[in-house]
Design a protein around this ligand. Structure first.
Ligand SMILES: [Zn+2]
Length: 370
């Protein structure tokens, strides 16, 4: 004995087309093979729900089923024992989730179906410090989004059957051409407001402020856009909400300059520090570190601090921090200081004698933490 289609979907015989669709959508999500890999019971339920929906969503088939029960489809080629195959079920998803791939989290939807109307996207900018970018950060952001007001009801637009699009087949000299355009009856919403509270807008929506938690991975780049699915504006009726698009803005850093995943830092030392050697504390994106300046260090030397840069957004390692040594030259001198430097300039030992290693840019880069 075959199970009753209404029981399979958990609805009463008086359920409206919208309720039937909603009930099926719920079952399809619950028993979807992507969510229940290798579970044959779930697959069985998934197929049963699809079969029930196939009949109950079609006015003619539903009427025959209501009158004759399962016998209505026996012998006539209908489902006769074999049931539906998975391809049939997935081709049906166009009605439920849209063929455009808008419903994320599922695979295997064939195209060809009608698209589900999606709410509009929201765009925001998030300003991040270099430290936040280097370490990754979670941000609580207040977003104003349109939500279907409680008490609003919709009816499916009969012009476009809820797709928001109308398709015309025209016979032209090039053959049959299919064109689609936004439905003028519902302006593309697919749904028409039936009832709405007085404070809701024309689409039955209210503007609400919601706090959205945005997880920003380490290594993002200025101008990059992150997508938070389903946090855009609601769509009317059975549509799915749009997305929240988060544009990343990198705030300038006082001491560090970013170049891809590497960072650059200008360090100034005095004549005597460069000649005698010293140690200096410098700022990095993960805290302060002390670095050693060797005696006899040339201005322009670059010290490489491995893995003290920005982690790669793709997960391929971390950049370096390049410390550029600049010997500071005083801009004014007292009489005594002048005499001191004049004495030095007469000493042949202080005349520049650059060696090969002082000239090559690449040889100037010294590994600190290698
Ligand atoms: Zn329409």
């Amino acid at each position: 004995m075959k199970e009753d289609y209404y029981e399979i979907l958990g609805i009463s015989k008086s359920a409206s087309p919208a309720e039937i669709k909603k009930a099926y959508r719920k079952k399809a999500i619950e028993f979807h093979p992507d969510k229940n890999p290798g579970d044959s019971k779930a697959e069985e339920q998934f197929k049963k729900a699809a079969e029930a929906y196939e009949v109950l969503s079609d006015a003619d088939k539903k009427a025959r089923y209501d009158r004759f029960g399962h016998q209505a489809f026996e012998g006539g080629g209908g489902f006769g024992g074999g049931g539906m195959n998975m391809d049939d079920i997935f081709s049906q998803f166009g009605d439920i989730f849209g063929g455009g791939g808008g419903f994320s989290g599922f695979s295997g939807f064939g195209g060809g179906g009608r698209r589900t109307v999606k709410g509009s996207n929201l765009r925001i900018r998030v300003k991040l410090t270099l430290e936040e970018i280097a370490n990754g950060v979670e941000k609580k952001i207040k977003v104003k989004r349109k939500k279907v007001a409680q008490g609003t009801t919709y009816t499916t637009c009969s012009t476009c059957n809820g797709s928001g699009q109308v398709t015309r087949i025209q016979n032209t000299i090039l053959g049959r051409m299919q064109t689609s355009a936004t439905c003028s009856t519902c302006s593309g919403a697919g749904q028409i407001v039936d009832k709405k509270p007085t404070n809701a807008d024309a689409d039955g929506m209210l503007s609400v402020e919601e706090t959205v938690m945005i997880k920003i991975p380490a290594g993002v780049v200025d101008g990059m856009q992150l997508k938070v699915s389903g946090k855009g504006n609601d769509a009317p009726g059975n549509g799915i909400p749009g997305d929240l698009l988060v544009a990343i803005e990198e705030l300038p850093h006082e001491g560090l300059q970013r170049e891809g995943d590497n960072l650059h830092y200008d360090l100034y030392v005095s004549f005597s520090e460069a000649a005698l050697g010293t140690s200096k504390e410098i700022e990095t994106v993960t805290g302060r570190v002390r670095i050693k300046i060797d005696a006899g260090t040339q201005s322009g030397k670059i010290l490489r601090l491995r893995n003290k840069g920005i982690p790669s957004i793709n997960g391929y390692g971390t950049g370096d921090l390049l410390v550029h040594i600049n010997v500071w030259t005083p801009k004014t001198l007292s009489k005594e200081q002048k005499e001191f430097f004049e004495k030095m300039s007469n000493d042949d030992h202080f005349q520049p004698k650059p060696e090969k290693e002082d000239k090559s840019f690449f040889e100037k880069v010294k590994d600190m933490f290698s």
